[in-house]
Design a binder for this molecule. Structure first.
Ligand code: ADP
Ligand code: MG
Length: 258
């Protein structure tokens, strides 16, 4: 994905090769401090897995990265460009950051193919024929080209989530954010979605994945992050995070979920 000229023309910050750099991030919902002094760096092609108890701020953190949520202090840079109130090209940045949610968020009244071509035709101004070809290419990639003309609700949960991933990929993003992509799935469908994500990781995609699938974290992550009470408690490569956690909180958390 080429960085848009628009982005490059604005003042940029040297983030030392980090595609995403988060520094001293704090966020409140009213009086409630949901994120406290979060620091995180993700370099091109890196995969970061974020885990932690429910309510610890994982979704809020990744939603701040594409400014679905606004933070009150600290900094977030995406490709050296700071996410602030007066950001002018938020749409260009969002286009470069795909997001996959727990609840698929497909348009039920559109076919699978139409779900995939909507962004490319509306936002990227692609011709319908080219958008169809691109969409079919990504449906092949997630192994469900034969579902192109069905409606989302005619598909299994695992297939719907693969459609959601393919839909994000149709925007040809540089970064993919996943927020508990397999939490709403029946156990037998989790693997097909994780396999799709592993393939994406192998293709070199920069990914931040909120998940409790620790097998996935061990296989795919460069870094695993534990969040609790809005703070990063521990971060490290899977070998040390699982093999030799430094914090009691990490040990307790891992004992609960493994
Ligand atoms: P996680 O994804 O780790 O479960 P969230 O980021 O969703 O955690 O939420 C962190 C905390 O912030 C929770 O206590 C949640 O209730 C609260 N919260 C999340 N979104 C909002 C909101 N829009 N308004 C107020 N509180 C919120
Ligand atoms: Mg969440």
């Amino acid at each position: 994905m080429t960085q848009s000229l628009e982005t490059r023309m604005l003042d940029t910050h040297d983030t030392n090769d980090a595609v995403i750099k988060i520094s001293s991030l704090c966020k409140w919902f009213g009086q409630f401090k949901v994120l406290t002094d979060v620091d995180l760096e993700v370099r091109k092609g890196e995969r970061v897995v974020i885990c932690g108890p429910s309510g610890s701020g994982k979704s809020t953190l990744i939603r701040c990265i594409n400014r679905l949520e606004e933070h009150q202090s600290g900094h977030i840079w995406v490709n050296g460009l700071e996410m602030t109130d007066n950001i002018k090209n938020i749409e260009a940045i969002r286009r470069n950051i795909g997001m996959v949610f727990q609840s698929f968020n497909l348009f039920p009244h559109l076919t699978v193919l139409e779900n995939l071509t909507l962004g490319p035709t509306l936002v990227r101004q692609m011709k319908k024929k080219d958008a169809d070809a691109l969409a079919m290419q990504f449906l092949e990639k997630v192994c469900i080209p034969e579902q192109a003309h069905k409606y989302p609700l005619q598909l299994s949960g695992g297939q719907q989530q693969r459609v959601a991933i393919a839909r994000s990929l149709c925007m040809e993003p540089e970064i993919m954010l996943f927020d508990e992509p397999t939490s709403a799935l029946d156990p037998e469908m989790i693997k097909e979605v994780l396999d799709t994500m592993i393939e994406l990781a192998d293709s070199g995609m920069t990914m931040i994945v909120v998940t409790h699938e620790m097998g996935f974290a061990r296989t795919v992550a460069n870094n695993v992050v534990l969040m609790a009470d809005g703070q990063i408690v521990e971060t490290g490569p899977p070998e040390s995070f699982f093999g030799n956690p430094q914090h009691e909180r990490t040990r307790t958390f891992l004992d609960q979920i493994l």
